[in-house]
Design a protein around this ligand. Structure first.
Ligand SMILES: NC(=O)c1ccc[n+]([C@@H]2O[C@H](COP(=O)([O-])OP(=O)(O)OC[C@H]3O[C@@H](n4cnc5c(N)ncnc54)[C@H](O)[C@@H]3O)[C@@H](O)[C@H]2O)c1
Length: 433
């Protein structure tokens, strides 16, 4: 394909060089004459292993040039990949001025073309940005089918950017409606084996990845500071932590859903928070984890109370399935608050047998929900039948058993990703989906 690359910085130069290596013809476009000149000489405007050789080979093959004239770049190509900068403003907000400028230029140039064009945004932008750009600059072109727009985030790391482009850690394509692109151009250019989402979904994936990376660094550093305080080798601690690939370095705990609970996580997170406060070890990430969990529970409470139904049924009370441990369970906290506000509550939990509760578990329930025995029902059917709003936090029942009691005027809030709940004829709402 003939491809225009807008913005010849780190991302644009690598994209141009690697697409050139695959045989595409590249027209680079930038506002900086120095970068354009470097490209025209077959030289990289930035330092990155292999880049000079790749650009020189593409130029020698007659497939690389650059210009400061955006319209000319669009006229000479079939697609544009937008890699211009999206820096932070002084306030920390994202500055989309460069992307907006380029969008305006590209849109104006497309109107002069006889044939349709493809625009792929690659710059990192907050969810909703591509749709706003589409509305502001490409609306008529989209309606007339003269442009197809994709958002394909870039995941390369400087220093290993060429290797990362050749074998990306992740490929994502955002389309207007989340459906796979009808034609192959975006896939051919950037999306081999790509995950397809909406524009907004793809934009959020980029931020989720970078946030996760930043969080990992911050977490490791805070554990390191804690280790130093405890006179332990922090590097060794993190090395051993990373050896657990079942719970630590894995998909486990990586699904939005229930707030965490149980007898360990809240207690241990809280103990560390107190220690940090008392000893003056500043651990802002670790200290904020409980607040984050509480915010999640608050959101669930808001969802439940915002529905206007006063008869609420809980499917699952313990902090997870197959245990009767009620200590630190977010569902107990939810129940406690709802009861305090006068809601009519019914509860089903298949692992809960009050007569078998002993010790700290029994004490917890006596303290927080002394009337639990009256709320606890022997079957999920009974809970669902007599409630207008159901909060499902555990997969504790065969859904076929509920079919005869579910009504279309009922609502169910799915806390834990139990998507099959949607197969029953009630109004379904996911906690984070
Ligand atoms: N650098 C990375 O490792 C990396 C990785 C992934 C994603 N990203 C994202 O990719 C985008 C680009 O990052 P970068 O590091 O390559 O930025 P950069 O600052 O190195 O390059 C941006 C280029 O865009 C050019 N530009 C600005 N306005 C222009 C216009 N109107 N027309 C043409 N060119 C114009 C600038 O002159 C500059 O050469 C950013 O959104 C960034 O967040 C960067």
């Amino acid at each position: 394909m003939k491809v225009a690359v807008f913005g010849l910085g780190y991302v644009g130069a690598v994209t141009a060089a690697c697409l050139g290596e695959r045989g595409h013809a590249i027209v680079g476009a930038d506002v900086q004459q120095g970068k354009v000149d470097a490209f025209n000489r077959g030289e990289s405007p930035i330092v990155e292993p292999e880049l000079d050789a790749l650009l020189a080979a593409t130029r020698d093959g007659g497939r690389l040039r650059a210009t400061t004239n955006a319209a000319e770049a669009v006229q000479a190509t079939d697609a544009a990949i937008v890699c211009v900068g999206t820096p932070s403003l002084e306030s920390g907000r994202l500055n989309l001025d460069y992307v907006r400028k380029v969008s305006e230029q590209i849109a104006a140039a497309i109107t002069m073309r006889a044939t349709p064009y493809v625009v792929i945004f690659r710059s990192t932008m907050l969810p909703g940005s591509t749709r706003a750009l589409a509305a502001d600059f490409f609306d008529a072109l989209l309606k007339s089918g003269k442009v197809r727009i994709y958002y394909c985030p870039e995941f390369l790391r400087e220093g290993t950017a060429v290797a990362d482009f050749r074998v990306p850690s992740l490929s994502v394509i955002g389309t207007i409606d989340g459906q796979a692109p009808a034609s192959g151009e975006a896939l051919e250019l950037l999306g081999d084996g790509a995950e397809v989402l909406t524009w907004e979904g793809s934009e959020l994936i980029k931020y989720s990845c970078n946030y996760f990376h930043a969080l990992k660094v911050g977490f490791a550093n805070e554990i390191g500071r804690l280790a130093k305080f405890a006179e332990v080798d922090g590097a060794r601690v993190m090395d051993v932590v990373c050896r657990d690939e079942r719970l630590n370095i894995s998909r486990y705990y990586m699904k939005p859903g229930n707030p965490f609970g149980g007898s360990c996580l809240p207690k241990d997170v809280s103990a560390l928070k107190s220690l940090a406060r008392m000893e003056g070890v500043h651990l802002p990430i670790l200290e904020s984890v409980l607040d984050s969990n509480q915010a999640h529970l608050d959101m669930l409470l808001k969802l439940v109370t915002g529905q206007g139904s006063r008869r609420v049924g809980l499917l699952g009370l313990a902090f997870k399935s197959d245990t009767d441990d009620l200590r630190g369970s977010p569902m107990v906290a939810l129940a406690e608050t709802l009861l305090g506000r006068g809601y009519e509550l019914r509860v089903y939990d298949k692992s809960l047998n009050l007569s078998r509760l002993i010790g700290a578990n029994e004490a917890e329930i006596q303290r927080r929900m002394p009337h639990l025995a009256q709320l606890l029902k022997p079957t999920a059917e009974e809970v669902v039948r007599d409630s207008d709003l159901i909060v499902a936090s555990q997969r504790c029942v065969d859904l076929d058993a509920l079919r005869s009691v579910v009504r279309p005027d009922q609502r169910v809030i799915d806390v834990n990703g139990w998507r099959d709940l949607q197969k029953l004829p009630w109004v379904y709402e996911g906690l984070c989906w």
